[in-house]
Ligand binder design. Structure first.
Ligand code: ADP
Ligand code: ZN
Length: 437
């Protein structure tokens, strides 16, 4: 394979040099952090009064974690490290798990972010000859403008399509000869359903690649999108607290996401004990941003669950790889005492060829017990009035889920394209149980 690198010296930098660079940047971040009301209090309390108190990367361990709640408490300007007149933009998280958090950018922050995004996009084999249709929400959400700037930086022709409206999306793809897409994996699947419904032929499109991110998805879902849309799908990971997209991205090997370690220090900890997990084990990703001056964040608990690859990648990049994020630690459902991650359910159902492109997980109370219902669409080749294959599929889903998560759910099958789809991140879980007060 012919690999291409946007910033070859940094992407292939020997690890020892990379760590020296991290230390130098960490010191600068600590200096900036000391200018924010939040960290000034926190860091001085533990005896860190200037960057000179950080001597090695291990000194990072002395710094307490920062949580999403800290950011909420510090709203609106408690984490601002530069004068407000130097700030040129703000973004906010999607608010998937509560009040959104706000992040500020200086002009240089925006430039650096665009550069990291360009690095990601270029590492998948794209270049200035590509036409890039960015089918994700613009606005406060970082996915829109983040990819937009990165695409322009690479020199691609960027179409700021925004999310939704599949008919318009197909028209743009045909009119402009789009070669690259960016969307959530759920929207890419939805797009394929709509493509069939509208009779749009794949041959009328020039798409080759798609970036899919902003929500968890399984390897089976990637393979499904690749087979249906006939594109190469690359996983994109980021979060608004760490700028947005551009934190970790798959290269052409499509085997794990390189986390840009000159921009982020990554740790993986046990979410209960907060101690580092053993090499290669799953835990919560904790990130320290090294590439933003307006809003420094030290040891930010992402709540995202992942693990490091222990082997280097074939592409020659020295930056470590993360396994695909399986979900957030707070996504875990406890169903009749059994711990279940929605991603475990997705893995089972998306691997079945009879299952369509969308599904929903519902948990409710049935007397004293919890009841799990899995609603999935079926592929359009199965007729909804033909009960035999439908019953067989229901049984198959039930048995496979019983084997993998030890729960036998109620299974409901729905016609292709009939389950609700959201414009932003997919909302796949409805937990209707009363909340404990
Ligand atoms: P919110 O936390 O409110 O959803 P963001 O828009 O900042 O706000 O979303 C970031 C979160 O989205 C990440 O912390 C992660 O949980 C999820 N996410 C983003 N990209 C991926 C991906 N490729 N795989 C799995 N989850 C992802
Ligand atoms: Zn690689």
């Amino acid at each position: 394979m012919d690999f291409q690198y946007w910033a070859v010296q940094i992407e292939k930098m020997p690890r020892s040099e990379l760590e020296t660079l991290q230390l130098q940047k960490l010191k600068a971040q600590v200096d900036l952090a000391l200018r924010t009301p939040f960290y000034k209090e926190r860091l001085t309390k533990i005896g860190i009064k200037s960057k000179d108190d950080i001597k090695t990367l291990d000194d990072l361990n002395r710094i307490p974690f920062t949580s999403k709640n800290d950011l909420r408490d510090g709203f609106p300007y408690g984490f601002l490290a530069i004068p407000k007149e130097e700030v040129v933009r703000l973004h906010a998280s999607s608010g998937t798990t509560g009040t959104p958090t706000t992040i500020y950018f200086s002009r240089d922050d925006i430039k650096r972010w665009a550069d990291y995004m360009a690095r990601c996009i270029y590492s998948t084999g794209c270049d200035k000859n590509d036409v890039f249709q960015n089918m994700i929400t613009y606005g406060l959400f970082t996915g829109g403008l983040g990819f937009h700037q990165g695409g322009e930086e690479v020199g691609m022709l960027v179409i700021p399509a925004g999310a939704g409206n599949t008919a318009r999306q197909f028209k743009m793809m045909q009119d402009y000869g789009t070669t690259v897409l960016h969307a959530t994996p759920s929207f890419l699947l939805h797009l394929e359903t709509k493509m069939r419904e509208a009779g749009v032929s794949r041959e009328s499109l020039s798409i080759k690649r798609a970036f899919a991110g902003a929500e968890p998805y399984s390897e089976d879902t990637r393979l499904r999108i690749e087979a249906l849309l006939k594109v190469d799908v690359y996983n994109s990971y980021g979060l608004s607290e760490m700028n947005g997209p551009g934190v970790a991205f798959e290269c052409q090997c499509k085997d794990g996401l390189h986390i840009w370690e000159d921009g982020y220090i990554a740790e993986i900890v046990d979410p209960n004990t907060l101690q580092p997990v053993k090499e290669g084990e799953i835990g919560e990703l904790v990130l320290t941003i090294l590439c933003r001056e307006a809003t420094p964040l030290l040891r930010y608990r992402t709540r995202d669950l992942t693990s490091f690859y222990t082997e280097p990648c074939k592409c020659g990049r020295t930056h470590r790889r993360l396994h695909r994020i399986t979900g957030r630690s707070d996504d875990m459902l406890i169903i009749n005492g059994v711990n279940v991650f929605p991603s475990q359910i997705e893995e089972v159902i998306m691997g079945m060829k009879e299952v369509g492109n969308n599904y929903l997980i519902i948990v409710e109370k049935d007397g004293a017990l919890d009841k799990l219902t899995v609603k999935t669409e079926v592929i359009s080749d199965i007729f909804m009035d033909d009960t035999r294959p439908l019953n067989a599929l229901k049984e198959k889903i039930k048995e496979t889920l019983q084997a993998s998560i030890s729960i036998s759910p109620k299974v409901e099958l729905h016609e292709s394209g009939s389950l609700p789809i959201s414009e932003g991140k997919a909302v796949r879980v409805q937990d209707k149980r009363p909340k404990d007060v």
